[in-house]
Design a protein around this ligand. Structure first.
Ligand SMILES: Nc1nc2c(c(=O)[nH]1)N[C@H]1C(S)=C(S)[C@@H](COP(=O)(O)O)O[C@H]1N2
Ligand SMILES: [Mo]
Length: 422
């Protein structure tokens, strides 16, 4: 992996409320499965916590209701953390399109800050008629907006992945939530934009003081300040108490722990939009402010580490586009020689993960499964070769959305078709 944040860039914050038991299962979980969800305090039940299973569940009273629901200890789901600054969503273990909040991928440039919402506010200043300061309670009083959309890190492709790579490890830096908050246009109207306003700076209150320039058109279109995720307050890892959501834009612009918006007549040229989050092109040039996430898809089952049985299966996966709706997903089982139209399962919302499926009978011979997404602008997900031709083998793999394939071996093993990036 060339870009996954470097160690010196950030530190993992430890979760304040680790109990002895959760600490123990965190350590056991991390040690036994190589799973480091422990770093964020998201622990899985360990063998020690396992329930005693009665031979016949109808013969014994069940357990009672509780303050918090927990996942079945048979349903083992976890994020995989790396370098202390990133963790991926286990795409291969999920269904539908909503990512459970505790499995939303995480990318923190300087850890998760602990913020008391009572002491947090959002400032709007710069080229405005009235500089304003909003408490969280103020934000909750404005008309709410709710939108289901993905957030995807533009570094979401592991270019050095070998055959034994899961979808989570390959491209688990995309997740989807139903976000609720207040439209940024509403807040900007309160402050009154000056006619020369063209760009905003959005700044977070983490130790990285991460900041990005946002074009005014996006700010006035569908940008919003979210305070809730899947019906509950944002998780600390997702920006509690507030984050910016810019549907379809690269993950980095969705500034978490948002504290300040400054309005200006030009971009601010912050570190994250100059030395980072730009894409090298052929001929020694680079593109910058490449906000929109291009259409992409990935098969989530069957993929590594599945062991396939002969007979009928449904090839399933996710497709999404930062430019709008997914209109079509095509699947090939013969390495791209022929493509079949998959069924879209559930609604195809704009800038949202869309589930697709295609029933397929595996007869026991080798197969190569691939998917390609087409969005409402007619954009077709490119091949790896086409992307390399345009970008060159540049050092920073941002905005790479190649068609991805999985090889089914005659013994039923499923492996990522690893081709490198050159
Ligand atoms: N303040 C702040 N905002 C941030 C970041 C950060 O480190 N600090 N990381 C950014 C990056 S690179 C991404 S991809 C997304 C990740 O959001 P998530 O952790 O909720 O998945 O948040 C963005 N917003
Ligand atoms: Mo990112």
């Amino acid at each position: 992996m060339t870009k996954r944040g470097s160690r010196e860039e950030a530190e993992v914050t430890s979760t304040p409320a680790l109990t002895r038991r959760s600490m123990l299962s965190a350590i056991l979980g991390a040690a036994s499965a190589g799973i480091a969800g422990a770093a964020s305090g998201e622990t899985q039940p360990s063998a020690l916590d396992g329930p005693s299973v009665p031979p016949d569940p109808t013969r014994v009273p069940g357990t009672g209701p509780s303050a918090f629901g927990e996942r079945s200890s048979f349903a083992r789901l976890s994020r995989r953390a790396a370098f202390g600054v990133i963790s991926g969503t286990p795409l291969q273990d999920l269904h539908g399109t909503i990512t459970p909040a505790d499995l939303h991928f995480e990318r923190h440039h300087a850890g998760i800050p602990t913020i008391d919402p009572a002491n947090h506010a959002l400032m709007i200043h710069g080229l405005v008629d009235r500089p304003l300061r909003f408490e969280i309670a103020d934000l909750l009083r404005f008309p709410a907006v709710t939108r289901t959309c993905f957030i995807e890190c533009s570094g979401n492709l592991r270019t050095d992945a070998g055959p034994e790579t899961t979808p989570q490890e390959l491209c688990g830096l995309t997740s989807q939530s139903e976000w609720t908050g207040v439209a940024l246009s509403t807040l900007l109207r309160e402050a009154g934009l000056s006619p020369s306003a063209r760009w905003l700076l959005a700044e977070g209150s983490d130790a990285a003081i991460m900041a990005r320039s946002i074009p005014i058109e996006k700010a006035l279109d569908d940008a919003f300040v979210a305070y809730a995720q899947n019906g509950e307050p944002l998780r600390p890892g997702q920006g509690y108490p507030i984050r910016l959501v810019l549907p379809g834009f690269e993950g980095n612009t969705h500034v978490k722990w948002l504290r300040r918006i400054e309005v200006a007549d030009r971009p601010f040229m912050t570190r994250e939009e100059t030395s980072k989050y730009t894409e090298p092109l052929r001929g020694g040039r680079a593109r910058a402010f490449s906000f929109t996430m291009d259409a992409r898809s990935i098969i989530t089952t069957p993929t590594y580490p599945a062991q396939l049985e002969r007979g009928w299966h449904e090839i399933r996966g996710l497709a999404w586009s930062g430019r709008g709706r997914i209109v079509r997903v095509e699947v090939s089982v013969d390495g791209g020689a022929r493509w079949q139209e998959a069924r879209l399962i559930g609604p195809a919302l704009p800038t949202a993960h869309t589930r697709f499926g295609l029933p397929w009978k595996w007869t026991g011979s080798g197969a190569e499964l691939s998917s390609r997404a087409i969005d409402e602008t007619g954009y077709v997900q490119p091949t790896r070769r086409a992307l390399i031709d345009v970008r060159g083998p540049g050092a920073l793999p941002y905005h790479l959305n190649p068609i991805t394939s999985w090889l089914v071996e005659s013994d039923g093993r499923v492996l990522y078709k690893s081709e490198g990036w050159s």
